[in-house]
Design a binder for this molecule. Structure first.
Ligand code: TNX
Length: 781
């Protein structure tokens, strides 16, 4: 069946116009879409009519309907050169009819298409619906101009979205993208029926929005001197008083913003602007230091740039901070009609607030118990300002800490917990957990992908995302407005790279958010995806061609270790080797998990139609010791942000590498205490725990590791202690095994206690805050 479908699609590639029965490949998948025999040819004899929309409150919609129709006409002209005339009444010959006023079951954004060989009717209850009908029609046309008259396949479609918030965020602070690039982004979103563009206009690395009242935000804060890669990683911001010395920068004028807002509105996209506060604001503090807690002149006496530490936050003790931000928001609200204004609120390093007299005074006056409540005060005060202006605040999930502003909407990014908590409190939420909604994460094998910030959010992982958590009951679930992808751009400096990170993952998210759950099907999605990928190719858009990585996973059964392999591609076939050779189609074909009987190195590739797809094979070594495959019980649970290969990562035979996203279990601000049951009493002479230090990631080696043994799992005796001899200020990543050798003795249980090194040391960007322990394996010999 699958092969037959593929064959049909292959045919449709080569003779898209002449094939009477090319299947539909609409994406996101409509509620109902039936292909009918034949097609409707668009040629010089085709005309358009527009009807409906005249009934009272919809009168205004009629004009907007004309705009949607004109949008369709422009696209047809672009693709074929044909200019379709609009007539008052149907003329003889084939025509396309747009009808406003069909509200049966279509909701606010739904549409219907009935296409025969002589008539195409697109009907909807709103201009939004008409627009989506048009986007569906456009998906049936060629992606670029051809010499043939375009044809719409005969079909019946009924469609409306599942979620009202179908979004994507673009960070233009870390790297700046021109208005034309932003418009291309909007076009991509619109093609796939996304309706929110969250524009991250402001961050510590650059202010990108012209604010007339505060010219230094663009004359200074939009520019920086990048004298090393990713300057934001170093706890400092490079900025410049003299634009001529800047090496990087850019901003949008208010005129450009108005143009972009109108461009988006014409495509049914609301732009939600984000003005970060109170943190992530280094560059604004550099330009207006009087708004920070400990004002310093950042420009030196020559008016030249300085590269010293700049505070990251507005001072909430200082009323001028609020006056400034309210002025900024006043201009923002004039530019952006969006009901929601995003006020950031994430990752506020509150250290400066603790030593600021004004902040302390504010806390006393307002009866605030801690700096979390001070942040809450800040956000609530800003929310009030928005509410007075009939706008609503949305912010990252940190705005829950210290008390959520009364009618705020929460964007849940640190997993889904913040969103669940807020929804249970009756607040609206947008789900955007790092995994899988962060599109700055890898989408294919990191070994062969452009350098990314980390993580592994493949097309399939995005496709499998379910934005409504099971933890919510039906009424709470209504507070989940939808979800969005986020493209943070620390590692993305060109628009080509941005396209590559967005495509095709946004197509998967669009189907998650638009299509009914029961219409989602990974295999079918892959089939419909192919013509779209071809369209990207034709249009010169950069996109990721797929995740061909073979996942090599440890599996444990009855205390024995096996190796499982998997690929996300529905048609992928895996071949592997265990003798060090390069795997290929003549190697062993993977059918079921293979037993690990000694130290072994597995190499695997995925093939499609007999062709090896991986530039480099996936590789994984497995080692065996007396603890391998055994159950690990932690005193404090490991961080869910680093799940590695599951609960028994310390005994799964897999050693970690300097890539901290794999193989490591992590503990923040706590000791690692793990007990392992070897299953029966064994002779033990050597014990070790593998750990890593990575200064830049706040990961430090434990100060010491203690090993204890027991026969009954209750009474433990100390076997020995291994101390750390690596200094905390060593910046290079280092992997160290903490080893003890002991006189041979019998025991069934091993307890390992790794002492947390304590807070991040002086001079570290996280000074005074919790550090991590990372461990990969307990080895018992
Ligand atoms: C966290 S998500 C951030 C951003 C970074 C991003 C990198 C969020 C609200 N804050 O500032 O760019 O991680 O993935």
């Amino acid at each position: 069946m699958m092969l037959k479908q593929l064959f049909t699609i292959a045919i449709s590639f080569t003779c898209a116009i002449s094939s009477a029965q090319s299947p539909l490949h609409i994406l996101p998948q409509p509620i109902q879409a039936e292909r009918r025999p034949g097609e409707f040819r668009i040629d010089a004899g085709t005309s358009i009519t527009v009807s409906g929309g005249g009934n009272g409150d919809r009168a205004g919609d009629a004009g907007k309907a004309d705009r949607v129709v004109n949008f369709f006409r422009e696209q047809v002209t672009r693709l074929s050169g044909i200019r379709l005339p609009v007539r008052k009444a149907p003329a003889p010959g084939r025509h396309i009819e747009f009808v406003l006023g069909d509200t049966t079951g279509l909701g606010d954004e739904g549409y219907r298409i009935a296409a025969t060989t002589t008539l195409v009717r697109v009907s909807a209850g709103s201009v939004k619906g008409l627009f989506y009908g048009v986007e569906t029609l456009l998906q049936t046309l060629p992606f670029i101009r051809t010499n043939q008259p375009p044809a719409i396949p005969c079909m019946e479609v009924m469609d409306r979205p599942r979620c009202p918030w179908r979004g994507m965020m673009l960070d233009v602070s870390r790297h700046f993208f021109s208005p034309d690039m932003v418009k291309e982004f909007i076009d991509v979103l619109a093609s796939y029926k996304m309706n929110v563009f969250h524009w991250h206009l402001v961050d510590g690395a650059g202010w990108r929005l012209e604010i007339k009242k505060y010219p230094k935000l663009t004359s200074l804060a939009a520019w920086r001197v990048d004298d090393r890669d990713k300057p934001w990683n170093w706890g400092e911001v490079m900025f410049n008083a003299d634009k001529s010395r800047a090496t990087y920068g850019g901003y949008y004028t208010q005129e450009q913003v108005k143009d972009i807002v109108a461009y988006a509105a014409a495509r049914n996209i609301t732009i939600v602007p984000e003005i970060e506060m109170p943190g992530h604001s280094e560059i604004a503090m550099a330009a207006y230091p009087q708004l920070s807690c400990h004002p310093r002149d950042h420009f030196g006496n020559k008016g030249d740039f300085l590269a010293t530490h700049v505070e990251s936050n507005y001072c909430p003790g200082n009323d001028s901070s609020f006056v400034f931000l309210q002025d900024v928001l006043t201009e923002v609200m004039q530019l952006f009609p969006s009901t929601y204004i995003h006020l950031g609120g994430d990752e506020v390093d509150k250290t400066d607030w603790k030593t600021c007299d004004k902040c302390q005074r504010r806390m006393n006056q307002e009866g605030l118990k801690n700096v979390e409540e001070l942040q809450s005060y800040f956000m609530k005060r800003m929310e009030k300002f928005l509410l007075i202006h009939h706008r609503r605040m949305i912010g990252w999930d940190e705005i829950l800490e210290g008390g959520l502003a009364p009618s705020a909407t929460v964007m849940s990014w640190r997993g889904e917990d913040g969103g669940i908590q807020a929804a249970k409190m009756g607040h609206d939420v947008v789900m955007t957990p790092g995994d899988p909604c962060y599109f700055d994460h890898y989408q294919g094998d990191p070994a062969t992908e452009p350098l990314a910030i980390g993580g592994f959010n493949t097309l399939k992982r995005v496709y499998d995302y379910e934005p409504v958590p099971q933890a919510l009951d039906a009424s709470q679930a209504l507070h989940v407005l939808g979800s969005q992808a986020n493209l943070w751009t620390e590692y993305i400096s060109t628009w080509e790279h941005a396209e590559y990170m967005i495509l095709p993952r946004i197509l998967a998210l669009s189907e998650v958010l638009w299509s009914p759950v029961d219409r989602r099907n990974w295999q079918d999605f892959n089939i419909r995806l192919q013509p779209h990928l071809r369209g990207f190719e034709e249009r010169g858009l950069h996109y990721c061609k797929g995740n061909y990585k073979v996942e090599i996973k440890p599996l444990v059964k009855d205390g024995k270790l096996f190796v499982g392999m998997a690929t996300e591609n529905p048609d992928g076939v895996i071949y592997y080797s265990i003798d060090g050779s390069m795997p290929g189609v003549s190697s062993l074909r993977y059918e079921h998990p293979i037993a690990v009987t000694g130290t072994m190195r597995v190499k695997a590739v995925m093939t499609l139609q007999g062709k090896v797809m991986n530039p480099a094979p996936a590789e994984q070594s497995f080692t065996l010791n007396k603890a391998t495959g055994r159950e690990v019980v932690y005193l404090h649970p490991n961080s869910r942000y680093y799940p590695a290969d599951g609960p028994n990562t310390l005994t799964d035979g897999i050693r970690g590498t300097t890539d901290i996203g794999r193989g490591w279990h992590a503990f923040s601000g706590e000791d690692l205490v793990a007990t392992i049951d070897l299953g029966s009493s064994m002779e033990i002479g050597r014990l070790s725990l593998g750990c890593i230090q990575n200064w830049g990631q706040w990961i430090f080696l434990p100060s010491q590791v203690r090993f204890e043994l027991s026969d009954d799992g209750v009474h433990f005796r100390e076997a020995g202690v291994a101390d750390n001899n690596v200094p905390m200020d060593l910046r290079d990543a280092v992997i160290k095994d903490f080893i003890i050798t002991i006189p041979k003795q019998q025991a069934r249980y091993v307890r390992v206690t790794a002492r947390n090194a304590g807070p991040c040391p002086k001079g570290h960007p996280g000074e005074g805050q919790n550090s991590w322990i990372f461990a990969d394996e307990v080895i018992v010999e």
